[in-house]
Design a protein around this ligand. Sequence first.
Ligand SMILES: NC(=O)c1ccc[n+]([C@@H]2O[C@H](COP(=O)([O-])OP(=O)(O)OC[C@H]3O[C@@H](n4cnc5c(N)ncnc54)[C@H](OP(=O)(O)O)[C@@H]3O)[C@@H](O)[C@H]2O)c1
Length: 361
Amino acid sequence: MQRAAARVLRGARTPPARTRSATARAPPPRGLLYERHGEPAAVVQLKDLEVAELRDSDVHVKMLAAPINPADINMIQGTYAILSPLPAVGGNEGVGEVLEVGRRVTALKPGDWVIPAAAGVGTWRTQGVFPEEMLLKVPSDIPVLCAATLSVNPCTAYRMLADFETLAPGDSVIQNAANSGVGQAVIQIAKASGIKTINVVRDRPDLPKLVERLMALGADHVITEEMLRKPEMKDIFKSIPKPRLALNCVGGKSTTEMLRHLQPKGTMVTYGGMAKQPVMVPVSTFIFRDVRLRGFWMTQWKKDHAQDQESLTSMMDALCQLIRRGQLTAPACTEVPLQDYKAALEATMKPFASSKQILLF
Ligand SMILES: NC(=O)c1ccc[n+]([C@@H]2O[C@H](COP(=O)([O-])OP(=O)(O)OC[C@H]3O[C@@H](n4cnc5c(N)ncnc54)[C@H](OP(=O)(O)O)[C@@H]3O)[C@@H](O)[C@H]2O)c1
């Protein structure tokens, strides 16, 4: 077990021959480890870890906060498109503070804040040693919860709004699962650009509260999935144009109904499949409205743009500017001490949670 622990601390790196304790007097690093795939609450365990030797190009990081995202759950279940070698530390996103850097590290120094540059780092740990190229520096003048949730959802929202249709102020976008982390970022980024949003959520007992919360973020319309079929939808399009872009996080009926409202030649981007149902498109939608169906995966975008630091930097700068101006906030969340991880994992998998669980270290 000890050897396995040393391995997972290095993320994608091969285990070192020797390990060292982080500091002689500090408590041992701990992390949420899984040795087999399965239901998260059953297979994830809080274990002591060892910190690997700091090599010349490595960075020793103390984690501050890390969210539990649906993709993390799917990776533990073994159903995601990429899986970490087992045993693995869970978590793909989070923010940490640099404690120490190797001799050849020039872009980072102790005290800097860093987020993972790609998926699979294993962020649910109190500290770890990572190769420098696995980390991205972020400004430390933004709220810690914003930094902890920056690398996946706001980036996904930003790219989907920018890369598929050329949207101008006054244009509109429709999205389902609008209360998701991605959905909340879409609402805020669109609002900052003058783009109107039509936001679809599942009906629930406390719907008015959710509607109020999304409207406060900048949503123009918040409707339930049932509303998508109703004639009242016409009223919405008296004041704003039909959407050129639809963002699909759900699949199944929700998606088919949402597609009804897309402009001819508009684009629907699928980025999530929360209903675990295929996307069904009526033949008439293709023939008479010639809609475009696309997909998006942030992990792939990062791989495709690995040599294009400018695109990454300009996206991160734009998002941090929005955060500083108060136009982009962290998603509604529940902060959870690491030791309460089981309850947090269970809460993440419950419907209508409307709150992202964020582990604090
Ligand atoms: N492609 C990419 O690059 C990319 C990037 C980021 C996220 N994602 C994906 O986007 C999705 C959302 O991620 P997130 O972090 O934003 O999620 P999140 O904040 O945890 O929110 C989950 C969302 O899914 C909804 N949902 C759950 N089960 C559902 C069901 N059976 N039918 C309809 N809606 C359901 C929830 O709505 P209720 O409140 O009604 O339960 C909530 O809106 C996930 O599938 C994630 O993997 C993809």
